[in-house]
Ligand binder design. Structure first.
Ligand code: PGA
Length: 260
């Protein structure tokens, strides 16, 4: 039997990358719990370093409105893979989500589309909800290849899943040139890319594609979060640098929803 978490959109997620060990994680949640109050109409996720996951679970205490996840998993369930962790291990430690194919994994650690597909399958096998990250580099954007690149990255994973399993994933559109640069995509650019992804998902699963959350990520800050979140086709935000500050991230997490 699977134990899936219910996902309310918008989904607002923090990706801490290689920041905050267990001590800083405890400190963060002590403050975050005070400044961010539960909202039933959204899903909040923190992708902490794996070593800080237990501290995050402890720090969250009774805050069932907030979930935690890991930033990466290996696709095997166990074995001689020094330094790696499996989806099941992450789940046991309290993770309910995992990022897959983040651009830093792809560009700094050579992760391929094939590996992303294996990881998404491994996550789903362990009841961990994968958030597949896709996005083009500046060079690819300038060459007019945004659509080609993000569709290729999505299809590599979709081809490895049944339509039912595809409905269990989340997608994050994160243009590489916007990550950590302070230059966010415009809401219009985000909407356009999300519409491409949504159309491709629709081709595969039909109208149910509307239920697959597509998040925008890349230099989301408290002062641009509302405009990006309210853009058509944007179902959430994946926040890197600005998720490290409890007050700033609380502001982003509490962004009012318009239009329903
Ligand atoms: P950023 O990172 O918000 O610091 O640009 C986003 C991400 O990499 O997920």
């Amino acid at each position: 039997m699977s134990e899936w978490t219910t996902i309310h959109t918008p989904v607002i997620a923090g990706n801490w990358k290689m920041h905050k060990g267990p001590v800083a994680t405890h400190e963060f949640f002590e403050e975050f719990r005070e400044v961010y109050h539960p909202h039933e109409d959204r899903t909040i996720i923190f992708f902490t370093p794996a070593i800080s996951l237990t501290a995050a679970v402890e720090g969250l205490g009774d805050r069932a409105d907030i979930d935690v996840g890991v930033q990466n998993i290996h696709w095997e369930a166990q074995g001689a893979f020094t330094g790696e962790l499996s989806a099941r291990m992450a789940w046991e430690a309290g993770a309910r989500y995992t990022l897959v194919g983040h651009s830093e994994r792809r560009h700094l650690f050579g992760e391929t589309d094939e590996q992303a597909a294996l990881k998404v399958r491994a996550a789903l096998d362990a009841d961990l909800t994968p958030m597949l990250c896709v996005g083009e580099t500046l060079e690819e954007r300038r060459a007019g290849r945004v659509q080609d690149v993000i569709v290729r990255q999505l299809e590599a994973v979709a081809a490895a899943l049944s339509p039912e399993r595809l409905l269990r994933i989340l997608v994050a559109y994160e243009p590489v040139w916007a990550i950590g640069t302070g230059v966010n995509a415009t809401p219009e650019d985000a909407s356009a890319a999300h519409a491409v992804l949504r159309q491709r998902l629709h081709d595969i699963v039909g109208d149910a594609a509307a239920g697959i959350p597509i998040l925008y990520g890349g230099s989301v800050k408290p002062d641009n979060a509302a405009a990006l979140l309210h853009a058509p086709e944007v179902d959430g935000l994946l926040v890197g640098g600005a998720s490290l500050d409890p007050r700033g991230f609380a502001t982003i997490a509490a962004t009012p929803i318009v239009g329903g």
